[in-house]
Ligand binder design. Structure first.
Ligand code: COA
Length: 255
């Protein structure tokens, strides 16, 4: 496994750490594969009772690696990114996240599938899919309006502007805001509290909370996936990705 995703299991908690700081934890196809494998292992391994996803105190994730989007766009549902998204959407045990600094794209949308989220006061959440010529993923076009309310979701998804930790706390996307240096430790302590509880009760309780919504989530993810894959190779996205790589503003006037 690549050291850009670190996986450590202890005391019933599998901690999955994004570790590609020189690229602000942007996630490559190889990293999605490692993440998807870790989630699949956690689902099956009886010694794992809880999973915690975390980044660094300065950055959670810059989202999908844009070079990857340009050079190897995920062409079908079997690609690692979609395997990872299905893995977290269907994960039966508690899933926690500790988020500091930027959480861009999938760095925010994966949180809709977490049970508990702890954030640093430096956390900045954003879903700039439209700015990249793309559309939402991870069922965020369903879950963001539900959680944030339609108009705040439209602001986040159409304008793609970041919102900060306090706003995320207010709408219930995060459970608690802490100093960045304390977030991973606090989330780990909460994960261990959960890991000490009866697993069957945790799993059944999560299943009961989620089961009404699950078919709609999977249906939305499939619909988003079809559109996302089409837009990924369309001119607007190509212009956005190329502009990012060339460190210039995109010009959408001709697309
Ligand atoms: N894909 C590929 N490379 C990325 C990246 C991404 N998603 N995000 C950042 N990087 C690279 C930058 O190009 C830069 O590379 P360089 O050192 O060769 O110049 C390096 O990581 C550091 O990023 P930088 O932009 O200088 O850091 P910052 O602290 O000023 O800003 C972010 C951090 C996350 C706000 C900013 O990098 C950003 O907006 N990234 C793009 C996010 C995005 O649109 N993701 C796709 C979502 S679908």
């Amino acid at each position: 496994m690549s050291n850009e995703v670190l996986v450590h299991a202890e005391a019933g908690v599998m901690t999955v750490t994004l570790n590609r700081l020189d690229r602000k934890n942007a996630i490559t196809s190889e990293m999605y594969a490692a993440l998807a494998d870790a989630i699949a292992r956690a689902q099956q391994d009886a010694s794992v009772r809880v999973v915690l996803m975390q980044g660094h105190e300065t950055v959670f994730s810059a989202g999908n690696d844009i070079g990857d989007f340009l050079h190897q766009p995920p062409a079908d549902e079997d690609r690692p990114v979609f395997r990872f998204l299905h893995g977290i959407a269907g994960f039966g045990k508690p899933l926690l996240a500790a988020v500091c600094g930027p959480a861009v794209g999938i760095g925010t949308t994966l949180l809709f599938h977490c049970d508990l989220v702890y954030a640093g006061d430096n956390a900045a959440f954003s879903m700039p899919f439209v700015n990249l010529g793309l559309c939402p993923e991870a069922a965020s076009s369903l879950l963001a309006p539900q959680l944030l309310g339609y108009h705040r979701a439209a602001e986040a998804l159409l304008l793609g502007e970041p919102f900060m930790a306090e706003a995320a706390l207010e709408v219930g996307l995060v459970n608690r805001v802490l100093p960045p240096t304390e977030v991973n430790g606090y989330a780990q302590a909460q994960a261990r509290k959960l890991a000490a509880k009866p697993l069957a009760s945790l799993v059944e309780t999560k299943r009961l909370m989620k089961q009404g919504q699950q078919p709609a989530v999977l249906q939305q993810m499939a619909a988003e996936g079809d559109t996302f894959r089409r837009l990924l190779v369309a001119p607007a996205a190509k212009e956005a990705f190329t502009a990012f790589m060339e460190k210039r503003k995109p010009d959408f006037s001709k697309v």
